[in-house]
Design a protein around this ligand. Structure first.
Ligand code: PLP
Length: 452
């Protein structure tokens, strides 16, 4: 068996990691994760780590669930692969489509499968333009997204994403995608109450629609709560106002549920928590708890009826659309969530408990705000609480805090100086207490560094 150092050397020699400075990683050496159980990981040195991020916001039902592993095993033996092109289908893909129609809001009866969130959002770009062409309005090409939103890394996914540092590489965005400002009250709200600000921030959508020309706008896309952008929870007035504006101009509303879907916010889907009624919903991650790759687009009757009645062929699809093993795991995962009442567990028990615990962090000298919704939370580290003044980004206070977390057995993500958590939905109150003890310790260690 190779030593950790040897694995790290092989990793540095051959593996280009996503979103990673390879030279910096090579100097430090990757932390090699070797096993996991429940909400915990272990590294190759035997350290136990509480996974406060569910992997990448995906292992919602926790690691090593026997029913998911058995479902994959059974399906691998029976039919490891077949496609859904050329008028064929497979039983797991049909079963999952039926189940998705049950757990999603009532306007959804159809699904288009892919394997990731990025692919699902790429599908949306083509689907909405195809829809408008079928409706005799092919000039409706423009998709409005938001700054600091995240929708993936493919050409269309990264274009929809509102991350300037992503656009700088590869000449993005692709044409006909435009971004409005995000609804981040803490940073942008000034003297407004959150509710006032929510309406103002939604109004930026209407302003952009009028600038572009309503007859050219195909869709608006947003995450109910921005995840990778730092768990930006919009004021409760925001999404209903976005819905009203989309309705007013007949624009398709797309909810990117890649993180918020499958129980994360205390409902099956984030749009239910935030109060919108989307025409399309993209999903991935939590649908299989990340055990195998699967994503897709839920298509509402408004869109599906047109596609089916007027459509002919939709010239789009992937080799792995409706992969039977991935679909079998998703079916097992959704059934597990139903049997264990995990959505209710988040909504009625651990979600409110986490919110209550986060309240207590507000007294900490570094904490500007500590907010959560269901099992997504963010702690904004600030220089001055009274004036909501941030630290200069050069100090990288968030990275310092993330380092302390990792060193003390907790995975927490840093988005600038915003510390983010999204633990598995199976977490218990006792485990939240354990996580909070670690968070407080890491905040204190970070404060000591900031003062030094
Ligand atoms: N959409 C959202 C909201 C995401 O958070 C992500 C990934 O984090 C994606 C899309 C892209 O998903 P994937 O990495 O599966 O392509």
């Amino acid at each position: 068996r190779r030593s950790t150092r040897e694995w790290q050397q092989a990793d540095a020699a051959h593996f280009l990691h996503p979103f990673t400075d390879t030279a910096a990683l090579a100097k430090k050496g990757a932390r090699i994760i070797t096993k996991a159980e429940n909400i915990y990981l272990w590294d190759s040195e035997g350290h136990k780590i509480l996974d406060g991020m569910s992997g990448l916001w995906c292992v919602n039902t926790g690691y090593s669930q026997p029913s998911l592993i058995e479902a994959a095993n059974r399906q691998m033996k029976e039919l490891p692969y077949y496609n859904a092109f050329f008028q064929t289908s497979t039983i797991p893909a049909i079963e999952l489509a039926e189940l998705l129609a049950q757990v999603t809001p009532p306007q959804f009866k159809h699904v288009f499968y892919g394997t990731s969130g990025s692919e699902s959002n790429d599908t949306v770009v083509r689907l909405v333009r195809h829809y408008w062409a079928l409706q005799g309005q092919p000039e409706r090409q423009v998709i409005i997204a938001r700054k600091n939103g995240y929708h993936g890394s493919t050409m269309a996914g990264a274009s929809l994403s509102g991350m300037a540092y992503m656009h700088a590489q590869g000449g993005l965005p692709i044409p006909n995608i435009t971004h409005i400002q995000q609804p981040f009250w803490y940073e942008l709200g000034g003297d407004m109450s959150p509710d006032e600000f929510g309406k103002v921030a939604a109004g930026w959508l209407e302003e952009r629609i009028l600038e572009v020309g309503p007859e050219k706008v195909a869709a608006f896309i947003g995450e109910p709560i921005q995840g990778a952008g730092g768990v930006i929870i919009p004021p409760k007035t925001y999404w209903p106002e976005i819905q009203r504006i989309c309705d007013k101009y007949g624009i398709l509303l797309v909810s990117d549920e890649v993180i918020c879907g499958f129980g994360r916010t205390g409902n099956w889907f984030g749009c239910e928590t935030m109060g919108s009624k989307p025409d399309l919903m993209t999903f991935a991650k939590g649908v299989t708890a990340g055990y195998v790759p699967l994503g897709g687009v839920m298509v509402s009757d408004r869109v599906a009826d047109v596609l089916i009645e007027k459509g002919g062929e939709f010239e789009h699809g992937y080799t792995y659309s409706g992969h039977p093993v991935a679909c079998a795991v998703a079916v097992a995962n959704i059934k597990l969530m139903q049997q264990q009442k995990l959505v209710e567990h988040v909504r009625d028990d651990v979600g409110p408990y986490l919110a209550q615990q986060f309240e207590t962090l507000r007294d900490h000298p570094l904490v500007g705000e500590a907010v959560s919704c269901g099992l997504m939370g963010a702690i904004q580290l600030v220089k001055d609480k009274a004036t909501r003044q941030f630290f200069p980004s050069s100090l990288e206070v968030g990275m310092v805090c993330r380092g302390h977390c990792f060193g003390n057995g907790l995975v927490m993500r840093a988005v600038g100086d915003r510390m983010v958590i999204a633990p598995p939905l199976i977490i218990t109150r006792a485990q939240i207490d354990e996580m909070m003890t670690l968070i407080r310790r890491c905040l204190d260690l970070t404060l000591a560094d900031v003062k030094a």
